[in-house]
Design a protein around this ligand. Structure first.
Ligand code: SF4
Length: 701
């Protein structure tokens, strides 16, 4: 729809006389904030604010997005299609501008040529969460399925956490975050919402102010969120399952288990009670590093507080044992029966409430499940020909990439870099900026931001579906993902009705299939709140499994094929890359506050606020290693080593090192980033990147 028709859901700010448009944050963050965007003219935005009428966003957004004008109007935005005429990886000077037709023709020819030589599975369309819009993010799959290209197992983020949550509850839903207002105890476990999901803090601190709720944070270092907590439990990375078990040991031991609830709503409660007898706080102290007294105190508080709310994040699941960690933590409210009370229970994600049928958007009606499935977290091994991934299939000789930057964000960066450097690999990247992945491409296509295209969004952190329209015209010659896919489909002969539909028609189709109203109505109302009833959200009508019970003994085989040896009950699953004599520290690559994955690494304000990559190391360890503030330290794993500056801090355990991320490679002293150290090994039982599961050594550089 032309922008001049884009009126119905806008208003004018009386104070400034500026037109304000509704939108939604597209970034990879569970908050999916409802936004109000000032449009200064058809090409220019002004300030961005959180929508105060949205009861989750509540007028609050993070600083990154509040200053979005800096990003959307950045002088480094890609505005023209580019062809690489110089070496890979050197930057803008290696490219020349070309027309859209020339660029698209080249891409189509190269994909055809690759498929003719090796078969269609040699082409790997690759994407992730650069935008979370359902049309612009997921449409790439329609081209994939229509052409028989290799499929993608999307494992960068939520595979492990999904597996662990689903194991117990059987449903990717939970208690509405707004219900924190009714909570007396809020446990923020494995996430740092001050930096990564600010709205959690809005609701948690309201509960503290209004009813004196206690806020507990479980995190392996003193994050900005931990600084605001009443209690901070600091486990060794990868040991949250042990903490959860010890807490449940105390709950059973001290009479805090709700036996009526257990009998009615859970399966395996006799087995878990027996099993937990040996999972004492003393046992857990050895593993987690958390003193017995702290475990006992937290368990007593949790056990005595009916209205206890767990906000479970992703961080503690990015580990080989991540699914078991999430599962173990998710057992707590099933033991006390906290699910029964207002403000009680847990939330991991609400993604399961929406039920959006994306058949046409994704082209699932033409998907051939016999086509090979490649694990995106193993892009390094895949591009370097690892037979564990490729088997008898062809090598990947063509990549078409939207919405992700694997040269920074993928594990095992050394292999990723080696793979992208191959002369026989054709790469097309459709991006907003010349990322380090785009620098390795043969053809680069300029992409719109969420303010320049139409889309719709569901959220993990809340319950609103949002439909948005472009607020401004595309910057330069930037084009939406959908437009590019349709143009490529024409040239490739890809047949699917979705390629003849507009973004808006795709939304209408998906919404109609899913029992919603049309996109226009939702857009005019800004959002549709799909909150479940109290009974549904609290699983009082039954959990998601066929028997309606919470499962203390999960069927891991139903979740993924790599389940052999997984614990039958919640536990400390010891498959992590644990400390050893050669690698006496554990590395956590937690998200930084001013970057979001690698988005915002291009904005000056974020760069200035972040400074430089730094290793947070305990001062006594620094003394032992002869390191002082600002010195360079080399951090090594079996995959290689990186050099960063040292920040001595009391806020980590002696055996833990924190390097907040994701910085561009070039921000590091030796030009290679922290994910070099991270293994591409897949978590159990269904894959998942293990970003926070790395044993490392430290040496003065
Ligand atoms: S808090 Fe998350 S969803 Fe909200 S504006 Fe910031 S990045 Fe976007």
């Amino acid at each position: 729809m032309p922008l001049d028709q884009n009126h119905a859901n806008t208003g004018v700010d009386d104070r400034t006389d500026v037109q304000v448009f509704h939108s939604a944050c597209p970034h990879d963050c569970p908050s999916t904030c409802a936004l109000e965007v000032e449009r200064l003219d058809p090409q220019t935005i002004g300030r961005v604010r959180g929508a105060s009428a949205n009861t989750y966003t509540s007028g609050v957004i993070c600083a990154k997005v509040a200053r979005y004008a800096e990003r959307v109007h950045h002088p480094d935005r890609l505005t023209k299609p580019l062809r690489r005429v110089g070496a890979k990886g050197v930057g803008r000077e290696a490219f020349e501008e070309i027309s859209w037709d020339e660029a698209l023709d080249t891409v189509a020819d190269r994909l055809k040529q690759a498929a003719a030589e090796h078969g269609p599975e040699t082409v790997w369309p690759f994407y992730y969460a650069g935008t979370m819009g359902l049309v612009q993010r997921d449409g790439i799959n329609r081209l994939r399925y229509a052409m028989g290209y290799s499929r993608q197992h999307s494992t960068f983020c939520s595979t492990l956490s999904d597996a662990g949550w689903f194991a117990g509850t059987g449903s990717k839903t939970g208690v509405d975050a707004r219900e924190m207002a009714d909570s007396d105890l809020i446990v923020i476990w494995g996430c740092n919402p001050v930096s990564t999901q600010v709205n959690v803090m809005t609701h948690a601190t309201r509960a503290r102010k209004n009813r004196g709720a206690t806020i507990v944070v479980v995190d392996p270092y003193v994050t900005e969120t931990a600084k605001q907590a009443d209690i901070h439990l600091m486990p060794n990375p990868g040991t949250d399952g042990a903490l959860a078990c010890a807490v449940m040991h105390v709950l059973f031991r001290d009479g805090h288990a709700d036996r009526n609830y257990l009998a009615k709503y859970t399966a395996g409660h006799a087995e878990i009670e027996q099993h937990l007898k040996t999972r004492t706080p003393e046992w857990a102290e050895e593993i987690t590093g958390i003193p017995v007294a702290e475990i006992e105190a937290f368990a007593a508080l949790y056990g005595k507080t009916q209205r206890s709310y767990l906000r479970l994040g992703f961080g503690f699941t990015r580990s080989r044992n991540g699914a078991v960690q999430m599962f173990s933590a998710s057992c707590l409210p099933a033991v006390t029966g906290a699910w029964q009370y207002p403000g009680g229970g847990a939330l991991y994600s609400q993604a399961g409430i929406y039920g959006i049928d994306q058949t046409i958007i994704k082209g699932e009606d033409v998907m051939d499940t016999s086509t090979r499935l490649l694990d995106q977290s193993r892009i390094g091994p895949i591009l370097t020909g690892d037979p564990r991934d490729l088997g008898d299939g062809p090598p990947v000789t063509a990549l078409f990439i939207q919405n992700t930057n694997p040269m920074n964000v993928a594990p095992d960066l050394g292999k990723v870099r080696e793979g992208f450097a191959r002369d026989d690999l054709f790469v097309c990247v459709h991006e907003q900026f010349l990322t380090e992945t785009a620098e390795m491409a043969d053809i680069v296509l300029p992409a719109t931001t969420f303010l320049e295209h139409d889309d719709m969004y569901v959220a993990g952190g809340h319950t609103h579906l949002q439909v948005t329209r472009a607020v401004i015209e595309p910057v330069g010659e930037a084009r939406s993902n959908h437009w590019v896919l349709c143009e490529l489909a024409k040239r490739l002969g890809a047949e699917h009705p979705g390629f003849a539909m507009s973004e808006w028609e795709l939304m209408d189709d998906a919404l109609a299939r899913s029992g919603y109203g049309d996109a226009q109505s939702i857009w005019e109302g800004h959002w549709e709140d799909r909150a479940q009833s109290f009974e549904e959200a609290h699983f009082l009508n039954g959990f998601g499994h066929a028997d309606g019970k919470f499962h203390f003994m999960p069927d891991w085989s139903a979740i993924g094929g790599n389940y052999a040896g997984m614990p039958e009950l919640p536990d400390h699953f010891t498959i992590i890359d644990d400390r050893n004599d050669d690698h006496p520290f554990r590395l956590v690559t937690a998200p930084s506050r001013n970057y979001l994955n690698t988005s915002f690494t291009e904005t000056k304000t974020s760069q200035v606020r972040e400074g430089r990559p730094e290793a947070q190391i305990h001062p006594e360890v620094c003394t032992d290693l002869g390191l002082e503030e600002g010195d360079l330290v080399r951090i090594g794993s079996p995959q290689g080593s990186v050099v960063v500056h040292v920040r001595p801090t009391e806020g980590v355990r002696r055996g833990t090192v924190i390097v907040e991320s994701v910085w561009p490679n070039r921000a590091f002293v030796e030009g290679i980033g922290i994910n070099l150290l991270v293994s591409a090994e897949a978590g159990m039982p269904n894959g998942g990147a293990v970003f926070h599961d790395t044993a490392v050594w430290l040496r003065k550089a």
